[in-house]
Design a protein around this ligand. Structure first.
Ligand SMILES: [Fe+2]
Ligand SMILES: [Fe+2]
Length: 272
């Protein structure tokens, strides 16, 4: 199976980039399944039902979230009836929505997707390691799941690497989101799990992590807020990682980073 993961969609720029480029990427590379992190798709804050629909219409099979999951109040209600929208699995008991679910890919493969949130430089949440482990124990790779994708949403690359090694051989892909900056450490670990510390964002990189440069720069220079953060509206780069899995084991045989469109150096997937 070929699976594509795209990092945090930021604002209109990110949504338009996904709408304009994802159908062509899926057609050219034969992706069976697409997961997109949508936590910043609505003006940088959360994901309205309408914008969730835009990402789905463009070709997302599953949309994941993060610390901005409930910035748009309507998410608290529509997430309950949208099984293809995931919020972090390790939030307080009783939080609306779900953090993991099993889906069917275009080629009939069973794909378990898990969204979890880290604890280093982040607001307090329950233990992500034990929450993810329980979800995988209920649906193991190579048994009930033909592929497992873990979107681990956190600030510290060390925490994501720890999750990668924790799950090596038990998940297809462990990928970080949240920093919005793609890392260059994508690789297949010894037991066959693909790891990348951050997928990067789908947004305008002529910005500070997707925000117009002026106000965040001003705050770094002066320590004083003098305006709002506004999402940058130039052309988006879609950033993420593509993997190919062994249909028998669910482990990864090939992987490729992806950076398409916009101002970032271009990296086309090399699957041919
Ligand atoms: Fe985040
Ligand atoms: Fe984000």
């Amino acid at each position: 199976m070929r699976l594509l993961f795209l990092g945090d969609v930021v604002g209109r720029s990110g949504r338009d980039g996904v709408t304009d480029r994802l159908p062509d990427l899926v057609a050219r590379h034969g992706f069976d399944f697409v997961v997109i992190n949508g936590e910043n798709a609505s003006h940088g804050r959360g994901l309205t039902e309408g914008h969730f629909g835009e990402l789905k219409a463009a070709g997302a099979d599953v949309v994941t979230l993060g610390d901005h999951a409930f910035d748009q109040r309507d998410t608290l209600s529509y997430i309950a009836r949208e099984p293809t929208l995931l919020r972090p699995i390790n939030l307080a008991p009783g939080t609306p929505g779900r953090g993991a679910n099993l889906y069917e890919s275009r080629s009939g493969g069973r794909v378990l997707v898990i969204n979890a949130q880290g604890r280093v430089f982040m607001d307090p949440v329950d233990d992500p390691f034990r929450a993810v482990e329980a979800a995988i124990a209920a649906c193991p790779l190579g048994e009930q799941a033909d592929a497992i994708i873990v979107d681990f949403h956190t600030e510290a690359t060390s925490e994501i690497q720890a999750m990668g090694f924790f799950l090596d051989g038990r998940a297809s892909l462990v990928v970080g989101t949240h920093t919005h900056i793609p890392t260059a450490d994508h690789r297949i670990l010894k037991q066959g799990t693909a790891l990348m510390a951050d997928a990067g964002m789908c947004g305008d990189f002529d910005s500070i992590i997707g925000v117009d440069i002026e106000e965040p720069l001003n705050r770094f220079l002066t320590g004083i807020a003098s305006g709002r953060f506004t999402p940058a509206e130039g052309e988006a780069t879609l950033s993420g990682i593509a993997i190919e899995t062994d249909p028998r084991t669910g482990l990864v045989t090939r992987l490729s980073p992806l950076r398409v469109g916009g101002s970032l150096m271009q990296v086309e997937p090399t699957f041919g």
